[in-house]
Design a protein around this ligand. Structure first.
Ligand code: F6P
Length: 341
């Protein structure tokens, strides 16, 4: 069998572990050939690739980023490129393509699969918002990075009696905010799923100071928004791919809370540090399992499917189902976090 693998969308710790696992399982156990497309879908559309053998994946298990490179591709570009992709798949004699990616990549994968290309998807995102899988690799690493940052920020916040508003990634969902906030014992968490009321938030933070505490930490997912009419809010704009470019929830909340509470406040944006560096052991294991099962699915001819974690098992789910909706933070999970605040 000849397999093409690619990584697309925002990078994520664990991508290299998937690539390595695909190559090991395919080459060592099945005697397959594997090629890696460069820079995501762009590589498939432009027929830009290299052969992946055991040497080329040696030592990459613990490496962050992706040895293949990644890019975001405009959906329209891909729709126009379906025939080009089909031509390259035929030309290269590929029996399977394994795209590793998040929401946008999987939508593109589904599009190509519906056009008849042999696709087995692997979900990835630090945001943990792919609906069909209990967890995506990268999430555990990102939560760990954010939690460590929050722990560190507490000591400086306390020294200066400040309110720190810490912005973490999560444009549509608040998983990283919820988990890192819970892990670090943040005093308030705001997420996109539940627009916040600025008066309630200020009262919550203010109550801490009134109780004699010297600082407060608010964790804000970058996509969090105030309830309509609750405060003046600059929504931000769109980038060249039509993705939201956030105006900076931390900066806006910092100004607002400082005014309302009469306490010094500072915004802290963790940004891409959450996506960089070595994956945790959990993420390496999950990524390795996904890669292994993707190759097996390809050998069974199970195309148009996606690897997913359900409980402790890896299962295959239809790509078409996986791209329907995002996995959002349920109200009861938020309630659990609030109880311990
Ligand atoms: O999808 C993962 C993610 O990290 C989001 O949480 C974040 O909004 C986005 O990527 C940032 O993307 P970029 O690296 O393109 O700015």
């Amino acid at each position: 069998m000849r397999i093409g693998v690619l990584t697309s969308g925002g990078d994520c710790p664990g991508l290299n572990a998937v690539i390595r696992s695909v190559v090991h399982r395919a080459v060592v156990d099945h005697g397959d050939e594997v090629i890696g497309f460069h820079d995501g879908w762009k590589g498939l559309l432009e027929c830009d690739y290299r052969k992946l053998d055991l040497d080329s994946v040696s030592g990459i298990l613990a490496q962050g980023g992706t040895i293949l490179g990644s890019s975001r591709v405009q959906p329209a570009h891909l729709v126009d490129g379906v025939e080009r992709a089909r031509g390259h798949v035929a030309e290269l004699g590929l029996d399977a393509i394994i795209p590793i990616g998040g929401e946008g990549t999987l939508k593109a994968a589904n599009l190509l699969s519906e056009a008849g290309l042999p696709i087995v998807g692997v979900p990835k995102t630090i945001d943990n918002d792919i609906a069909s899988t209990d967890v995506t690799f990268g999430f555990d690493t990102a939560v760990g990075v954010a939690t460590e940052a929050l722990d560190r920020l507490k000591t400086t916040a306390e020294s200066h009696q400040r309110v720190l508003i810490v912005e973490v990634m999560g444009r549509h969902t608040g998983w990283i905010a919820l988990h890192s906030g819970m892990a670090a014992g943040a005093h308030a968490i705001v997420v996109p799923e539940r627009p916040f009321d600025i008066d309630e938030l200020a009262a919550r933070v203010g109550a801490r100071f009134e109780a004699g505490k010297r600082f407060a930490i608010v964790v804000a997912a970058e996509g969090a928004k105030p309830r309509a009419g609750s405060m003046e809010f600059d929504e931000g704009g769109k980038d060249i791919y039509g993705h939201e470019r956030f105006a900076g929830i931390a900066r806006q909340l910092s100004t607002e809370l400082e005014e309302r509470l009469g306490k010094e406040a500072r915004p802290v944006i963790l940004g891409h540090v959450q996506r960089g560096g070595t994956p945790t052991a959990y993420d390496r294991v999950l990524a390795t399992r996904f890669g292994w099962h993707a190759v097996e699915a390809a050998h069974r001819g199970e195309f148009g499917m996606l690897t997913a974690l359900r409980g402790t098992e890896i299962v295959m789910v239809p790509l078409a189902e996986a791209v329907q909706t995002l996995k959002t933070v349920p109200a009861d999970r938020y309630a659990e976090a609030e109880t311990v605040l």
